[in-house]
Design a protein around this ligand. Structure first.
Ligand code: ZN
Length: 211
């Protein structure tokens, strides 16, 4: 096995919270001596349609039941990624993928696993659990992936700037960012928005000043 992860996707196109959890998964898997290839992340309508055509109007096996226009793949919402093992002989080794799933589902990482799906198990697939195991809640709440993506970034609206705190108890601050700065928002809770910083670390900001 290559002792290195290989991330083939653009992580910036993932929901910030998923990007964060992907970072945790890579870290925890390396501790177990398992190295991954991240093969798929965000998919556009056109990319999803091309995948849907496989095994139907195009050669190959059927790999998805989700049409692009239906927004029924979690990949189109940026809340899922697919993995393989970074070892050409064991790309989809059941044992190793099972170990990765155990790490991914643990409290340390907290991802959902497509291998637990009853009707169409998808073992290389991992997703953010916040909106359930499908796309129904996302569709009902946001309508389209484009509208959903607008919630991933917020802008600081405060003349004197805004502090980023290290934790939700506001014991220590990391830095102050200028009015107008855009931040990647993982989620909003209580008084704060949990944000993902450029170096991959996490901070807390007063949601009252984020628009
Ligand atoms: Zn997938």
């Amino acid at each position: 096995m290559t002792k290195k992860h290989e991330v083939r996707i653009d992580r910036k196109k993932l929901h910030p919270w998923l990007d964060h959890k992907l970072g945790l998964l890579l870290k925890e898997c390396a501790k177990e001596g398992i190295y991954l290839i991240i093969t798929e992340g965000f998919r556009t309508v056109a990319q999803q349609n091309a995948l849907y055509a496989k095994g139907r109007t195009k050669p190959g096996n059927i790999v998805t039941n989700a049409r692009g226009s239906s927004y029924s793949s979690q990949h189109m919402w940026g809340v899922a990624f697919d993995i393989a093992i970074n070892d050409s002989k064991r790309l989809y080794d059941t044992d190793l993928i099972g170990k990765v799933a155990k790490v991914a589902k643990s409290d340390k990482v907290g991802l959902g696993w497509g291998g637990d799906w009853k009707s169409f198990p998808d073992t290389p697939h991992f997703y953010l659990k916040k909106w359930g195991s499908g796309t129904g809640e996302l569709k009902a709440t946001y309508g389209t992936p484009a509208k959903f993506k607008k919630t991933w970034r917020m802008k600081v609206k405060r003349k004197k700037g805004l502090l980023i705190w290290k934790d939700a108890n506001k014991k220590a601050s990391l830095k102050c960012v200028k009015n107008g700065t855009k931040v990647r928002v993982m989620h909003v809770k209580d008084w704060y928005a949990r944000v993902l910083l450029a170096d991959g670390s996490v901070g807390y900001m007063n949601k009252k000043y984020l628009k």
